[in-house]
Design a protein around this ligand. Sequence first.
Ligand code: AMP
Length: 249
Amino acid sequence: MKILVPVKRVVDYNIKPRVKADGSGVETAGVKMSMNPFDEIAVEEAVRLREKGAASEVVVVSIGVQQAQDTLRTAMAMGADRAILVLTEESPEPLAVAKVLKKLVEKEGPSLVVLGKQAIDDDMNATGQMLAGLLGWGQGTFASKVEVVDGRVNVSREIDGGTEQVSLALPAIVTADLRLNEPRYASLPNIMKAKKKPLETIPAADLGVDMAPRLTVVSVAEPAERKAGIKVGSAAELVEKLRNEAKVI
Ligand code: AMP
């Protein structure tokens, strides 16, 4: 069984995003970029399934600029077997990504696609669901546990106030939530080994997919700055301020 794991290169989660001066988006020039954290969890889960013998190969794919190669090398240092970069200069919307992934699914024939539940740069939380729709496959989203048993994948889903168990016939789509696992760090020997693993580059134009954007970003703004707090001298003063200044009691 082959597993396909789409991984996105995003602004590192430790960096405070800055809005571009013209308000057209988030600044990425000169900013540290890393693998989307939910995609690290997806890669870890796929590698664990292969280590358990439930899968034979883990293929990672990124749709993006040339530098997304680094993200793919990181995924291979974590244990993925090979990588595909679908090269594009634009940053594609979830529908375009899902269409590209559908083409790769047709080419590669995986039984399982494990994605992150969302990319932390655009917070779309849409690609996995759209891919499931395009392929007509079942989906287990927000997964906190994944088991492959007898040609099915059993998924515990994080839902409000608890978990839901779903059982999907393979082939299927799973999206990884935070509690699914703790991704391993890539060791130095594995980083070296990953440099020799196969990485295929396919120009997006060669796939014949309509990647034209459907959305127009009107503007992007920083959140309003929080005002500094004050210290009150007594409970009575606090009550007075809540009543007369904040007018909340
Ligand atoms: P989103 O729907 O944009 O929040 O992304 C959900 C998931 O789709 C991510 O966690 C990735 O697994 C996958 N994904 C989104 N965009 C890309 C991309 N450009 N390249 C590879 N995978 C992607």
